[in-house]
Design a protein around this ligand. Structure first.
Ligand code: SF4
Length: 363
């Protein structure tokens, strides 16, 4: 196909998406393989238009509390896998978690995201009561929506979290290609993880599903992932570029250009126009925020207060000490993009509506 034909084809697809018509698998794969800069900009521009149709110029801000970096698992891509001797381990006390939450709440975040590895302290004993109590305290104290990302916890514990009013359960498959999954999430059941999300949704949680980009997945794999995300009815859909981590088996693997992550963000915006799509500060820090917002993201995640000794997930220290991962640090970039933080009421309204606009789906 010549350049002009490519552009024509793209314009046709973008028109369909703008009219909320279903896209074909082949059309999604075509967009994932775009290379021409002007074409890519057309896609991003359509994604931004779609975002403004559903969210105006408002963006949501998530505070991130990675409170335990211990993990019983050995995911090949993860810095905090149990066998990594160089990863930094800590476990914050309930008082430290509340203190951090306070800093984040004061800074104006719309949600508190509580994340941990599958910490053996809880998973071996099966006793999660300290954690449930901390989250209950946190909910009572701050009246902010909470997302938990504690790994594949028992169903009964998930239910306890729901009963104390936790809104979100985040649990990432990273890929929906089962073979690739087995190589990434070693010794973890694909089905158990996926079914837990389905169960969480039945309990009334909003769920977040997540993908890794540039980890050996094909464009077809990504298209399949979008389909699974659609079936899961995930309220938030996340993509992060794979970053090789020191001390892991994938340490020396070459990564794909960041473009893939941006294309995924933009295509997800077209497919899931009313859902939440994060621009994670955890991949390229504050310097990578603009390109993710320009691709159609509408949530800034991984805001971390300086001076708390807390780490990120994939770029464990980037921009944290300098205060770049704070609400204040992001405002000027939002302005440059013609965006602004939403009000807390705006976020609550979205949660209430739960992103109910129908999906365009697939033909
Ligand atoms: S990705 Fe999560 S479950 Fe896997 S090793 Fe890292 S912290 Fe543990």
């Amino acid at each position: 196909m010549g350049m002009k034909e490519q552009t024509k084809k793209l314009e046709g697809i973008l028109d369909k998406a703008a009219g909320r018509s279903a896209l074909q698998k082949e059309e999604i794969v075509f967009m994932l393989n775009l290379q021409d800069t002007a074409d890519i900009e057309k896609l991003f521009s359509s994604a931004r238009e779609m975002r403004s149709r559903y969210f105006s110029n408002e963006v949501f801000l998530y505070g991130f509390i990675y409170f335990s970096t211990y993990c019983r698992n050995d995911c090949a891509f993860c810095f905090y896998r149990r066998s990594n001797p160089v990863s930094e381990r800590y476990r914050k006390t309930p008082a430290e978690i509340i203190e951090t939450a306070e800093k984040l709440a004061d800074s104006g975040v719309h949600l508190l995201d509580l994340t941990m590895g599958e910490d053996p302290r809880y998973f071996t004993s099966g006793d999660f009561s300290e954690l449930v109590n901390t989250v209950r305290d946190l909910k009572n104290k701050f009246q902010l929506p909470v997302m938990i990302s504690p790994g594949a916890i028992p169903e009964s514990i998930l239910k306890e979290f729901r009963n104390i009013g936790v809104e979100w359960y985040a649990c990432y498959q990273e890929t929906h290609n089962r073979e690739l999954y087995a190589k990434l999430r070693l010794d973890q059941s694909y089905d158990q993880r996926l079914n837990l999300k389905i169960y969480a949704r039945e309990l009334g949680f909003l769920i977040e599903e997540g993908l890794l980009a540039g980890i050996g997945e094909t464009a077809e794999d990504l298209e399949h992932s979008f389909k699974v995300m659609s079936e899961l009815n995930a309220g938030q859909v996340r993509v992060m570029s794979f970053i090789p981590q020191k001390g892991t088996p994938l340490e020396t693997v070459e990564t794909m250009p960041r473009l893939r992550e941006m294309l995924v963000i933009a295509i997800m915006r077209l497919l899931f126009p009313d859902k939440l799509i994060p621009a994670s500060l955890d991949v390229d820090g504050i310097n990578g925020l603009k390109q993710r917002l320009n691709a159609g993201a509408n949530v800034i995640t991984s805001l971390i207060p300086p001076g708390t000794g807390l780490l990120g997930v994939s770029q464990s220290t980037l921009d944290i000490r300098e205060g770049g991962r704070t609400v204040a640090g992001t405002i000027s970039i939002l302005e440059e993009c013609g965006l602004k933080p939403a009000s807390q009421q705006g976020y609550m309204d979205w949660i209430r509506s739960r992103g109910t606009a129908s999906l365009s789906g697939w033909e």
